[in-house]
Design a protein. Structure first.
Length: 243
C-alpha cells in the first residue's frame, strides 16, 4: 500500500491535492489544527479501499507534532508540506514574540519536523518530500520582512537536503506565487489576475511536478521570470522599491 503524509490538511490546495492523489495512494495521514473543520473543507468522498488517518496538532506545539510523527508508519512514500504562516509585519517589528512565532512556523519547526520525518520515509521506492515555500523567499521584502527571511531559509534547507538525499528521496521545492485562497484575500494583496492561480490548478501543477521528478516547481511560470529580474536588481536600487 502506498502511503502519504500531508501537513496542513485544511488548506484548499490540500483538498485538491488529496483528490488528485487518491488514484495512486492508499493511505493518507493528515496533520491539521482541527479535524472536524478539516473534514468539512476537504469534503471527500472516500472509496472503501482508501484509508484516512487524522492527527490534530498545531505546529507551534512542536512536541505534540513530533509525538504524532513518531506514530506514523515507517514506510511513507510521500510527504507534502503545505503549512505556512504569513504573520503581521508591523507587530513583528515591535514584538519579539510575534517575530519568533513567524520564524518558528515558517522555518525552525518545519525543518525540525522534516528532519524527524526522514526516519519515516521509504527509501527503497523513489519516495518524495514536497514543500510549498514562497516567492518571498527568493529575495528579501520589507513588506514581509521575517516571513521572507524564514522562507529563504527553508528554500536553502531544501536545496541542501536535496543534495543529502540525492538518488534516495526526491526533494521538491514549490514556489506558488499568489494562490486565490482565503489567506491571500485577507492579506489584501493587489495583483493582476494573471499572477493569481486557483488552488485546483496549483494542485494539478504540483502533482505533475511530482510525477515528472521536478526539483523546483513554479506554479505560475511568470513568477520565475519576475523573480529572475528581481534577483538581478542592484541592492542600491532594490532598497528604494516598495516591494
Amino acid at each position: 500500500m502506498k502511503k502519504i503524509l500531508l501537513h496542513g490538511g485544511s488548506s484548499l490546495i490540500s483538498k485538491y491535492l488529496i483528490r488528485d492523489l487518491m488514484k495512486d495512494y492508499d493511505e493518507f495521514y493528515i496533520f491539521c489544527r482541527n479535524v472536524e473543520k478539516t473534514k468539512i473543507i476537504l469534503n471527500l468522498d472516500i472509496p472503501t479501499d482508501k484509508n484516512f488517518f487524522y492527527f490534530e496538532n498545531n505546529l507551534e506545539q512542536l512536541d505534540k507534532t513530533l509525538s504524532d510523527i513518531d506514530k506514523l508508519p515507517n514506510d511513507l512514500d510521500g510527504i507534502i508540506w503545505v503549512t505556512g504562516y504569513t504573520g503581521n509585519p508591523k507587530l513583528e517589528l515591535s514584538n519579539l514574540t510575534d517575530l519568533k512565532y513567524n520564524i518558528e512556523l515558517n522555518f525552525t519547526n518545519v525543518v525540525i519536523c522534516i528532519t524527524q520525518l526522514l526516519k519515516k520515509i521509504n527509501y527503497a521506492n523513489k519516495s518524495f518530500i514536497c514543500v510549498i515555500c514562497s516567492v518571498a523567499g527568493i529575495r528579501g521584502r520589507k513588506k514581509r520582512l521575517y516571513y521572507a527571511s524564514a522562507k529563504a531559509g527553508l528554500i536553502n534547507f531544501l536545496s541542501g537536503l536535496r543534495q543529502h538525499l540525492n538518488k534516495k528521496v526526491r526533494v521538491l521545492t514549490v514556489i506558488p506565487g499568489y494562490i486565490s485562497t482565503e489567506s491571500f484575500r485577507k492579506l489584501g494583496e493587489k495583483s493582476p489576475s494573471f499572477l493569481i492561480t486557483s488552488p485546483k490548478k496549483a494542485s494539478k501543477i504540483i502533482i505533475r511536478g511530482i510525477y515528472k521528478n521536478k526539483e523546483i516547481i513554479f506554479i505560475n511560470s511568470l513568477w520565475r521570470f519576475i523573480m529572475l529580474i528581481i534577483k538581478l536588481i542592484p541592492e542600491k536600487i532594490y532598497k528604494r522599491l516598495n516591494f
